[in-house]
Design a protein around this ligand. Structure first.
Ligand code: URA
Length: 425
């Protein structure tokens, strides 16, 4: 591999020049090996954030991140493989009902997930509230479960896109997360390395998402769809609203509970709508002609959930942890709920202990926020707007302040919002 001086690569991007394939291959590899220092990669990430990257540079950067680690081989799995990735939101528990649902329809879903950081929750944190469930699987176990049950949600192994693992942690502390080339290459390198045949992206837009703006979200979605296609992974993106939290629960065990309600044929309308919309996209991308609504009605999706939980040591029938303290936030006036802000509610749940501030922090299984109202609901002064649940009462005042600021009561009913905003294929 041709060697470069890191400072020349940084200067090139700083001055607005495209990086060559050789420069990209070298800098990603050298950073993974520790030859390029964190401070140099920080400067390069900031230059990429400010100057952007051409499509060819993003494609090469993604390929270099994939090449930094192993690429899983799922050829032993006889079912078509299809995965889903969400760019992250508040109350976004969709992976939990979606994975067993799509598996019940005949696909294999190799869902390698992460933990939450900041106000967005992590799928593994939610599932770890199920007694006995374990997130770590060996590669052989992973492939076997995928073949036998079709549904796996587990932690991504250390060997998958190690360049991203290092770079993501660095971006998190250097103000360089919000760069489309870096987000797209980060997400797609992991999904392509995981070996899935098809992928459906849920790109969140709104206050509780990375992308606050629909045009930026469209650009991110287009970039990822192209990257998938270039690597032989059929990729489709839905753009969905994240101004309002998804469903009525934001936390860990309470989100599992809500997901199980969906699998039992109930659950909040928005969670059901998004689960079915993503399931239909995943099945179409996998070439399977099946009706996911029927798999919910028949109980097949619930059977698949229980099999998936049991295969990873969990007891799907065991009671879930409940937080020790509950505090209520009440309406101070009569009116109509005009908005429930995703970011404010996400921060409240995080303050109650549902999320972590540093990646090594533990999370509380029972903590979180339960919404008692949705936009458009009529309320009277004194009505409960939401429940704050925590194991540590000292966390309540700060959470109360975020939660109170998140709910707006007006005299006029709001225009009904749309959940599905766009589709990019
Ligand atoms: N999720 C990722 O995996 N990477 C990003 O850069 C942003 C969200």
């Amino acid at each position: 591999m041709t060697e470069f001086a890191a400072v020349d690569v940084i200067r090139a991007k700083r001055d607005g020049h495209p990086l060559s394939d050789a420069q990209i291959d070298w800098v990603v590899d050298a950073y993974t090996k520790g030859v390029v220092a964190d401070e140099q990669m920080s400067a390069l990430a900031m230059a990429i954030l400010l100057r952007g990257m051409a499509p060819g540079e993003i494609a090469r950067w993604t390929a270099a991140m994939i090449a930094s680690g192993e690429r899983l081989d799922l050829s032993a799995v006889s079912r078509p493989t299809v995965d889903k990735h969400s760019t992250g939101g508040v109350g976004d528990k969709i992976t939990l009902p979606l994975t067993p649902l799509v598996a019940a329809c005949g696909a294999a879903v190799p869902q390698l997930s992460g933990r939450g950081l900041g106000h967005t929750g992590g799928t593994l944190d939610k599932l770890e509230s199920v007694p006995g469930w374990r997130a770590r699987l060996g590669n052989d176990e992973f492939v076997r479960q995928l073949q036998d049950i079709g549904a796996v949600i587990c932690a991504a192994g250390e060997g998958l896109a190690p360049a991203d693992r290092k770079l993501y942690a660095l971006r998190d502390v250097t103000g360089t997360v919000e760069a489309i080339p870096l987000i797209a290459s980060s997400i797609m390198s992991k999904k392509i390395a995981e070996g899935t045949g098809a992928l459906v992206l849920d790109v969140k837009v709104g206050t509780g998402a990375f992308m606050k703006d629909l045009d930026m979200a469209r650009e991110l979605a287009r970039t990822m769809v192209e990257l998938g296609g270039a690597h032989g992974v059929k990729t489709v993106a839905l753009l969905t609203d994240m101004n309002t939290p998804l469903g009525l629960t934001i936390g860990n065990a309470i989100e599992v509970e809500e997901s199980v309600e969906v699998l039992a044929g109930g659950g909040p309308a928005d969670v059901v709508e998004l689960t079915l919309a993503l399931a239909r996209e995943m099945l179409a991308a996998a070439g399977i002609d099946a009706d996911p609504a029927e798999a919910l009605r028949s109980g097949a999706a619930m059977d698949s959930w229980k099999a998936m939980i049991r295969a990873q040591g969990g007891d799907p029938d065991a009671p879930l942890p409940v937080a020790r303290e509950t505090e209520f936030l009440r309406a101070t006036e009569d009116g109509v709920v005009a908005s429930v802000d995703a970011l404010g509610v996400g921060l409240a749940a995080w303050r109650l202990g549902a999320g972590r501030a540093r990646k090594e922090d533990p999370v509380s299984a029972g903590a979180g926020v339960v919404l008692k109202v949705r936009p458009g609901d009529r309320v009277s002064a004194g009505d409960v707007l939401l429940e704050l649940r925590t194991d540590e009462p000292g966390r309540i005042p700060a959470a109360q302040a975020d939660a109170a600021g998140a709910i707006r009561i007006a005299q006029e009913a709001p225009e009904p919002g749309r959940l599905l905003l766009d589709r990019i294929a």
